[in-house]
Design a protein around this ligand. Structure first.
Ligand SMILES: [Zn+2]
Length: 131
């Protein structure tokens, strides 16, 4: 029986329905495969992509992450290192985007699935009763 909280399940990229199965097939910094998303949960077999190209909508969340990262970085550089050349802002933000891209990509999909996937948490007992 999973007693995992929703917050922990989101943080670990777990299935919204069982909070046990993984949404992604590989680790975040497996640079070749970090984007590979399962079509179904490996534990409860629920379908993650409720329609073709479902996860395309996660791009908007990813965009919001990028804008947030840009604003926070620019603020920190300005607050603590001002005055610096514009190149410092550019190099800092570009390297942050490269370093954090796998995490932003994955959390955009995880948030999108939790918000728009229409899946509710069911305990192991509830899942076996319905099958
Ligand atoms: Zn599941």
């Amino acid at each position: 029986m999973s007693t995992k909280s929703k917050g922990l399940a989101v943080l670990q990229g777990k299935c919204p329905q069982c909070r046990e199965g993984h949404l992604f097939t590989h680790g975040a910094y497996n640079l070749k495969n970090f984007m590979k998303t399962r079509t179904h949960c490996e534990v409860c077999n629920v379908r993650f992509e409720k329609e073709p190209r479902f996860f395309d909508g996660a791009m908007y969340i990813s965009y919001a992450f990028s804008v947030g990262l840009f604003l926070v970085s620019a603020f920190i550089i300005y607050a603590f290192f001002h005055p610096v050349s514009e190149n410092v802002y550019l190099i800092a933000i570009i390297s942050e985007v490269f370093l954090l891209y796998p995490l932003m990509f994955r959390y955009a999909r995880i948030f999108y699935l939790y918000i728009f996937g229409g899946l509710k948490y069911k305990s192991e007992l509830e899942r076996t009763e319905n099958n």
